[in-house]
Design a protein around this ligand. Sequence first.
Ligand code: SF4
Length: 328
Amino acid sequence: MGFTSYLSWSYSRAKMYKEGCPRMFFFEYYKEGEDFENDARMLKSLTFPKMVAGTVVDWSINQAIKTFKESGESMYDLPFRGVKTFRRLIERSPEICRGMRTDGGYQPPRESQPLHGHFYGIPVDDGELEGCEQRISNALFNFESSEVWENIKDVPTEKWSRTKTNSDINAEKWHFKDDLLVWASLDFWYRDEDRLYIFDWKSGMPTEKAKADALLQMAIYTLWGRDCQQLPVEKISTQVVYLSEQPVWEPSFVPAAVVRIAEDTIISQYEYEKRKLRWVGQDRRDNDIYEANLEDFEPRPELVRCLNCKYRILCPPGQLAAQDPRND
Ligand code: SF4
């Protein structure tokens, strides 16, 4: 029986619930109290080259923001530094994965990025790594030479959001409709006069799916602005900054109808998840504790999904499904 004392809603949690496998969701969010709790915690840190590339882009932009805030100077050679950081993280991954495999429950160092491929013995493609380096380099070049960054630098830094560090996993959290805890991981925001500007950096391409997903994400951020910055939604501008191309300055507010859809989505997904759980009491901080039964979160084995699943080592049906006959 697994537990959670922080039943909450976040965009990534809802996405995983909707698109993924229920058993994978259990390993991610309800492992507390299970025999495999430490192993599941360890496996949660596994990642993929493209995700590392996105992380490096975020870290590099955070560093550029911090440097400008502290010194008023722009950082020199952001793309070069970003690629160097990526290479260092990838180089360290095999050794960290060896530790994870031989020492069950080993928790990888903070900021490390152990690759799923190194852990599961799947060759990491050099071409993919080169593509990631190119993606980082382009994204950071486009960021540092963009009018978005130029305009942000014109805003007094005391109006900027707090500076994030590389190991900063804290997101903004607030109580939505009084009791539902919602998390939103805002990349950067500032408040100017009576308006709020929120930005999200994306290193991937602006595909139709990416844009639809991002609209919901911006609606969630707008809710945070409305509830925590006490502003009407038409005073909250957001921009998804796609760094695969040279971004232009185009913050805009999310239409009220989309914000209402986001509210309904949060509530319905939260209620749906809660129906599978049993309330068992409160912890010392008055958080509700829910119990989840592993059997209620069935595995949905499917070759590609299981091959790419972080938790496969804990999941016999997934191991079976991942035995790709082409590998024999
Ligand atoms: S290995 Fe497959 S079935 Fe098992 S949790 Fe992962 S995705 Fe689900």
